[in-house]
Design a protein around this ligand. Structure first.
Ligand SMILES: [Zn+2]
Ligand SMILES: [Zn+2]
Length: 136
């Protein structure tokens, strides 16, 4: 009975098919995560670290309080020139969304809830990147 499991045909064939599929799925998820994290880094590269509303200036020390707002509220719409991004401090970002709560209830719920908090995580990585760049 158990001999069937280790049949030579299976070994010679493509036993990695399942794993390959897993890897493809994992890569797709990673790519998506990278893309979602990437827009924050990208936005901080192309835009000045200033809140677009209260014009407060930010540095590496308090950069985590600066959030990326999507002007059209589409988090998957991330043109490289930054035309859909606006850097806002947390307070102004909250304000921005509560003002639009009637108009775009869906985006508001998502953004104020967990999405923007999640974007804080790539910041640690960004700090390292910037530190490395500065050393060069
Ligand atoms: Zn502000
Ligand atoms: Zn926003």
């Amino acid at each position: 009975m158990t001999a069937k499991l280790s049949a030579p045909r299976k070994k010679a064939g493509t036993p990695r098919d399942d794993k390959k599929l897993d890897r493809v799925v994992a890569q797709a998820l990673q790519a998506r995560n990278k893309r979602m994290q990437g827009y924050r880094e990208q936005a901080l590269k192309v835009l000045p670290w200033i809140c677009g509303r209260c014009t407060r200036e930010f540095s590496l020390e308090n950069l985590h309080e600066l959030t990326v707002h999507h002007k059209d509220h589409d988090h998957d719409h991330n043109p490289a020139d930054g035309s859909n991004w606006e850097l806002l401090c947390r307070y102004c970002h909250d304000n921005e969304h509560s003002r639009e709560i009637d108009a775009v209830a869906g985006d508001t719920a998502v953004t104020v809830g967990t999405t923007d908090n999640a974007t804080y995580k790539p910041f640690a990585n960004l700090k390292d990147l910037l530190a490395t760049n500065n050393k060069k």
